[in-house]
Design a protein around this ligand. Sequence first.
Ligand code: HEC
Length: 104
Amino acid sequence: MKKLALLVCALCIPLVQAAPPKGDAAKGKTFFEANCSGCHGEAAAGGIGPKLAGKLQKWTFAGFKKTLKENVTPDRRTLKPPMMKFNFSDQEFADLLSYLKSLK
Ligand code: HEC
């Protein structure tokens, strides 16, 4: 019985950890303006960096995080400078993605 309980826990912990935090688009907007809009433009309309508004609707949290942390996109492109690697918290990534998904 104890073994079964341990097995169940071992299976559920990774699932719990993999669940992304719920993003707050308003916080994400402030965060975007502080860290990203210099290159991606106001409301992510594009600048030195490509337009992001309306383009990230299908992106997963994991794909977005990997793009920002490692500069590798979900379709396996390695981003070139000046895009840089960002080491934010999961909550900050979730807020950013939630904001970017809210843009048309
Ligand atoms: C110093 C300029 C700069 C800053 C700051 C910057 N980016 Fe970028 N970003 C770029 C450039 C340039 C590219 C395109 C690079 C390439 O295609 O190789 C890019 C690409 C991206 C992509 C991939 C888009 C795609 O599908 O090709 C995402 C997503 C992204 N940036 C999000 C962000 C977010 C979110 C922030 C803020 C945390 C941010 N960037 C800050 C310059 C920047």
